[in-house]
Design a protein around this ligand. Structure first.
Ligand code: COA
Ligand code: AMP
Length: 631
């Protein structure tokens, strides 16, 4: 048996022994009573009875253990032309002071704090400060609109919202404060206070009595110490898209999460304490939570907070400049970032300008990694390029080529094999395992390993209904795919209405809800179409109410603006056109899958259940009007 196989098998045969050993990598105030607590199955708890503090493990202990002067965070912001290095000692002081400020404004263990921030180190400081107090943070991605923020405010009911005066996109400065004020206006729940980081690019207008200026207030705050919390207490809530417009609040615990993060840094990513590790993503996504903040800091590594884009800030050489200047050993990003670079610098001219000798591995995740992108990255960088598959719910990789265990042969298009701790199966509709390379629904046998979701915030039943009820005893990943004869996993598509736009997970159902809100729209369908840069783009077809006289151009403009206003620019919703009718099965189900195939130019069959086949001709014509399929 190979090293990987031995470790993998042990993780399944003796999960409690395996994870108890991994838990030695974390400092505990009190050791657990039970490694795996199944008393309340299917809600499993890891390390119950144990007590720890995630912030202590991510920051303070490294100062105590001699890493005080090592950089914890390097902030590199080409959009503001700034760089800043924050040592573990400085980070400890900043986090303790900010935790003191939160405490002064009433935050204690179990309270929720929403963080709506751009990619600045203060966002990580705010996350860690919550963890320090045992408060539960919920970071909301800056590219979401006020209404999306309002939904999250009503669901988490935060006492405090932490935000900044602005975020900086390459083409514009985005004032956050008006969005925040609007969200609070929309929401039924009102926070007691908002703590605002004033950035020099925009000075936010403060709401007297409610808003607190970060910089002046933190200077006067009494530093707060780490509060011991139960391993099973929530660390954070992170919302992700589901089938409907109502996002799901994934709840992560403290104990299992810390253990899984630390273990994965070394075993999946092959990163040691002291190494410089860079994830180019956003703190608002799970990749940012796990591998910009918690993973690298729990591991005593140096992390980079990058405020910029792979291209245009200022050129497609930014990634290579950062790798070379900060001596990055391992990098993690989404394939779309590499597609953007490849498009602008196909011959890698910018790559040759930098010394990349310290760089050893590139990890890609967040969407399917197309072999073209993988080959290009490998050829240009001359390092292993590792696809890894996971999702917000799991918090860390389900399948990967575990570089810290033993590199396995790469099969481009496959994220390699199942990571230790996970038991992945591919099932048919009846729940029987499919073999022989046939595509089925990918599920994870319960219990899942530490670090995976505990439940959905305030919605235990929704957690069961959405994930656990289709195949009792298994967690439904929402992905379809297969295992090949060598046990490599292949992730082919989603089985629900979730699409992946530039590595951002979005709900087409949510977009349909917005389109249906337009007064002229009777019915609509949104589905993902293939895009060479962003992987997928949403495309909407709308049926207008009878008698509607709105012009096509005006309609498009209004619908695009509506999605931007209600979901946010990140939806990248730009393709929409009216149709006379939508194709449906006799039972009334809209044939989104068939329309997607027509738009992608893939082979498709006339569904036997369709009630009028001429509708598909009309749809084909409408799609052609939008330029689909692409030639
Ligand atoms: N705050 C406000 N607006 C934001 C935002 C933020 N934090 N992030 C993105 N947006 C806006 C963008 O400005 C853009 O608006 P526009 O329509 O006015 O141009 C829109 O949302 C779409 O953004 P994005 O998806 O980033 O597209 P882009 O065309 O600006 O850039 C890429 C394309 C490929 C360069 C970019 O998507 C990228 O870097 N992707 C990396 C993927 C990634 O990090 N994924 C995270 C999961 S690992
Ligand atoms: P998110 O929760 O935003 O991380 O999105 C998770 C979803 O993105 C998964 O369920 C997959 O559909 C897709 N995904 C993430 N990583 C990969 C990958 N490496 N290969 C294929 N699909 C992926």
């Amino acid at each position: 048996m190979s090293n990987y196989e031995q470790i993998y098998q042990r993780s399944l045969d003796d999960p409690e022994g395996f994870w108890a050993e991994a838990a030695e990598g974390i400092d505990w105030y009190r050791k657990w009573d039970r490694v795996l607590d199944d008393d309340n199955a299917p809600f499993y708890h890891w390390f119950s009875g144990g007590e720890l503090n995630t912030c202590y493990n991510a920051v303070d202990r490294h100062v105590e253990n001699g890493r005080g002067e090592q950089a914890a965070i390097i902030y590199d912001s080409p959009v503001t032309d700034q760089q800043r290095s924050i040592s573990y000692r400085e980070l400890q002081s900043q986090v303790a002071s900010f935790a003191g400020l939160l405490h002064q404004y009433g935050i204690a263990k179990g309270d929720r704090v929403i963080i709506y921030m751009p990619m600045v180190p203060e966002a990580a400081v705010a996350m860690l400060a919550c963890a320090r107090l045992g408060a539960i943070h919920s970071v909301v991605f800056g590219g979401f609109a006020a209404r999306e923020l309002a939904t999250r405010i009503d669901d988490t009911r935060p006492k405090i919202i932490v935000s900044a005066s602005c975020g900086i996109e390459p083409n514009r400065v985005i004032s956050y404060k008006p969005l925040l004020d609007q969200a609070i206006e929309f929401s039924a729940h009102k926070p007691d206070h908002c703590i605002i980081l004033q950035r020099p690019q925009v000075v936010a207008e403060m709401n007297k009595g409610r808003d607190v200026d970060w910089i002046t207030a933190v200077a006067k705050a009494e530093p707060a110490d780490c509060v011991p919390v139960a391993a099973t207490d929530p660390l954070y809530i992170l919302y992700t898209s589901g089938t409907t417009g109502e996002p799901k609040g994934v709840v992560r615990d403290n104990g299992g999460h810390a253990v899984a993060m630390k273990w994965s840094m070394q075993h999946v990513y092959g990163v040691e304490p002291g190494d410089v590790y860079w994830t180019a993503s956003d703190l608002g996504w799970v990749v940012g939570h796990s591998y910009i903040v918690y993973g690298p800091l729990l591991n005593g590594s140096t992390t980079i907070i990058f405020e910029g884009k792979p291209v245009g800030t200022p050129d497609p050489g930014t990634f290579w400049r950062i790798i070379s200047e900060h001596k990055v050993g391992v990098m993690f990003t989404a394939p779309t970032a590499f597609r953007a670079i490849k498009k602008e610098d196909p011959d890698g001219v910018y790559i040759k300008k930098y010394d990349l000798t310290k760089f050893r591995t590139l990890f890609l995740a967040g969407e399917r990694c197309d072999p073209d992108t993988l080959f290009w990255a490998q050829d240009q960088l001359q390092v292993p390029v590792i696809d890894n598959w996971w999702q917000t719910e799991t918090g860390w990789a389900i399948a990967a080529n575990c570089m810290g265990i033993e590199p396995l042969e790469v099969k481009p298009g496959s994220p390699t094999k199942v990571v230790p701790g996970y038991n992945v199966q591919v099932l048919d509709e009846q729940g029987a395992e499919v073999t022989g390379g046939e595509i089925g629904t990918i599920v994870l046998k319960l219990p899942m390993p530490p670090g995976t979701l505990m439940t959905l915030w305030n919605a235990d039943q929704r957690y069961i209904d959405a994930y656990l009820s289709q195949y009792p005893g298994y967690y439904l990943t929402g992905d379809a795919g297969y295992k090949d004869e060598d046990d490599y996993l292949w992730i082919m598509s989603r089985i629900d209405d979730v699409i992946n736009v530039a590595g951002h997970r979005l709900s087409t159902g949510g977009m349909e809800e917005v389109l249906a809100f337009h007064p002229e729209v009777a019915e609509c369908a949104v589905f993902g179409v293939a895009d060479t840069l962003k992987g997928e783009l949403p495309l909407g077809l709308v049926v207008l109410k009878s008698g509607s006289e709105i012009g096509v151009q005006a309609l498009r403009k209004e619908l695009i603006a509506l999605v931007r206003e209600r979901i946010g620019p990140v939806a990248a919703f730009k393709l929409v056109t009216p149709v006379q009718r939508l194709p449906k099965t006799r039972s009334g189900k809209i044939l989104r899958g068939t329309m997607k195939k027509i738009a992608d130019g893939s082979a498709w069959k006339m569904p036997a259940t369709i009630d009028d086949t001429a509708i598909l001709d009309e749809v084909t014509e409408a799609l052609a009007g939008l330029g689909y399929p692409k030639s």
